[in-house]
Design a protein around this ligand. Structure first.
Ligand code: GLP
Length: 252
């Protein structure tokens, strides 16, 4: 069932996420957090970092699993999701870097055609690592303007596991802002948790702000479940929370 919460702004949304995760960590010190990149979760990570300081939460056992990664960027590229998660989550929350994982960590620096076997194994291995950690307790999600979650673009199987995908042209255009506004510099492929992987998390929290997301949010919560809006799969999850501002909620 999808619960929709309309907030004034991203800071209010951030407090809801921070409360939820701080309570989780207080009762389960080895909590497993699902992590996302993009601008939507940044305030939420900031609010959680504040909560960690105020409540002096022990973060040493907390584990993190990121949703996705580009293929073909070196590990230390500032826009690799490995670097982004380190900068925006691992450091501010004081997580143990050895306990924070990004899919395709073994693939950094490889081009798509370098090693077919490693490319094929990386997804199933990542899903196994998540299972071995006991599954994800809280997965934070953003949403693309075309309804993608992670990098599951429209048309993605709703039961997919982690795998290599081609990026949609619209997503490359949307993400060119991180690559000197040059779409040619945006990688063409990625590795992403599948929709099936994401649905296994025990609680999903999707954040969306601004009118550019309004149509995707309408399709996510008020239209039928369809692979053409991968985020609509949240309707099949027993505990999904969609937190939106008035602009992103304007078509509901
Ligand atoms: C990227 C990420 C997604 C994210 C989306 C939206 O494509 N792979 O996980 O949800 O961007 O980003 P933003 O939150 O900046 O709008």
């Amino acid at each position: 069932m999808t619960e929709v919460i309309i907030v004034q702004n991203e800071h209010e949304a951030a407090q809801i996420y921070a409360n939820c995760v701080a309570q989780l960590i207080a009762r389960k010190p080895d909590a497993v957090l699902g992590l996302a990149t993009g601008s939507s979760p940044l305030a939420a990570y900031g609010a959680l970092a504040e909560r960690v300081r105020e409540q002096q939460l022990d973060m040493s056992q907390v584990q993190g699993f990121a949703l996705d990664e580009y293929i073909g960027l070196p590990l230390d590229h500032p826009e690799s999701y490995h670097s982004t998660i380190h900068r925006t989550v691992t450091e501010p929350l004081g997580l143990d870097p050895a306990k924070v994982h990004v899919p395709g960590d073994v693939l950094h620096g490889m081009a798509l055609n370098d090693n077919g076997e490693a490319m094929a194994a990386a997804g199933p291995n990542y899903d196994q690592m998540i299972a071995d950690a006991g599954g994800i307790d809280v997965q934070i999600l953003g949403i693309g303007t075309d309804g993608h979650v992670g990098f599951n673009e429209p048309g993605s199987s709703l039961v997919s596991g982690t795998r290599i995908k081609t990026l949609a042209e619209q997503t490359r255009i949307d993400n060119a802002r991180f690559f000197n506004n040059d779409v040619e510099q945006v990688p063409t492929h990625c590795i992403t948790q599948g929709i099936g992987t994401i649905l296994k998390a025990r609680h999903l929290i999707l954040l969306a702000f601004g009118d550019a997301k309004a149509e995707a949010i309408e399709e996510t919560v008020e239209r039928g479940v369809s692979s053409f809006c991968p985020a609509s799969a949240l309707q099949m999850h027993p505990h999904a929370t969609v937190i939106v501002d008035e602009a992103a909620a304007s078509r509901l």
